[in-house]
Design a protein. Sequence first.
Length: 474
Amino acid sequence: MTSSPPRVRFAPSPTGYLHVGGARTALFNWLYARKTRGTFVLRIEDTDQERSTEEHTRIILDGLSWLGLNWDEGPLFQGESVTRHRNDALRLLGNNQAYRCFCTKEELEAQRKAAPKGSDTFKYDRRCDRLSDEEVSARLARGMPFAIRFRMPLEDIAWEDAVHGPIAFHGRDLDDLIILRSDQTPIYNLAVVSDDIAMRITHVIRGDDHISNTPKQIALYRALGAEPPVFAHVPMILGPDGKKLSKRHGATAVGDYQDLGILPAAMRNFLALLGWAPGGDREILTQEELIDLFSLDGIQGKPAVFDLTKLEWMNGQYLSLLPPGELIEPVARELERMGVGFPSRDDLLPYLEAVRARSRTILDVARQVAVRLDPARAELDEKGHNLIGKMGEGYAKSLRIAIETLAAIPEEQWDSERILVSLKERIAAEGMKLGDLLQPIRVALTGSTVSEPVNELVAVIGRETVLRKLIADS
RNA sequence: GGCCCCAUCGUCUAACGGUCAGGACACCACUCUUUCAAGGUGGUAAUACGGGUUCGAUUCCCGUUGGGGUCACCA
């Protein structure tokens, strides 16, 4: 069997932002294409003129690029192919595989309402399919508008889904669907099939929510004389409450995570592991490993809950692997956005090195750098607050001792080694415990009980600034 | 409600009839560190339920329950 390389597509409609679910679908398509040396096509489904905007198209393209999901063909716009869609519909009409439906939207609505309120789903009763040729001609002569309706075959429709295995629908449950509106514009299910045939798509990897469209589309493929592709239906992504992920869960757009300071490589890794696993214990995988290990049958059949905490953990892993130099630019931009002044981009490096290991996102890094540049920005967190409460008088006393000790170090000798030595000597002389002197300094300088070693913290902030802040707090 | 999909720790998952049901996040302890994290070590924690099939079921079949999706001249 000679098989040509697969052709897959990602086909978002530009009616909203690029959501994580869509991003993951795109990622799976991309991984499959790269794995099989196939072609990844990007198609923008903009047939809904009302809701589609160029702004959304741009955001989707930017999101894909940010994730590193480059496409080989496109972006193609579905709207540019309406003539072909229409011709396909007309062809089915000519074949007698479709018929004119003169029912108006209102009439259909009424029929739906009148349908027995019971067990079954409403199905169109095919009244227009029973119209005599004379009646049809008469209505056409009167200029009555009509839609084109596909005559759904009676037989059951089944396929072998690449993630779910065999799926079957009963022919009796399938409705005659409209494929061309009365204004001659195509309906989604026709446009998709027409485009996928024209683009020679071999594997349709898309969301689970399309399962119920699939039997209709398979029927259309057959009616159009084309072989249906392989279908792979990827389960949905859920919020922490088990409901479909949506705006009320907070950040759902790819851009939101970009703003949070998530690195694209971490996002890609995390998304790949949501609903897919390479088998074994692998968690952190490079792009190459992802491509190498990817396969459709490793995709989970059940929906997955999006766990932001794990994403942040994973981002922290990527952050610590990144050469600090690569953090300069994104952090500098974030600082500028925050309105924090700094001497130059190169001067940021020592701060980044100090702070990086304790950060999970770029935003974390920037916030901590900002505090080191200007300790006046420090805000007490809960643990810091507790510490001050617990120490009572001792807090201010420790700060006074710290001030005396540090003030005695001349500017020329202000380095982390010297600071450590001075602090230790003083601690010994006072008979204090190490933490009793160091923790108050840390809290006063950062607002938090977590930071790099105190001597390094003090060194990086600088003599004058440290003393000023400690005096202000004591 | 009809139709379709699904069901392993709180979450993401491994296991393709025989494992003390493994890993990761989170959580807890311990450890390392002259101080914080990180790291290291250990721990708590799962096969929804009921029937089959089988010498043996997380795994195969049926049912129940639960969750998700979908039912437009939207995509």
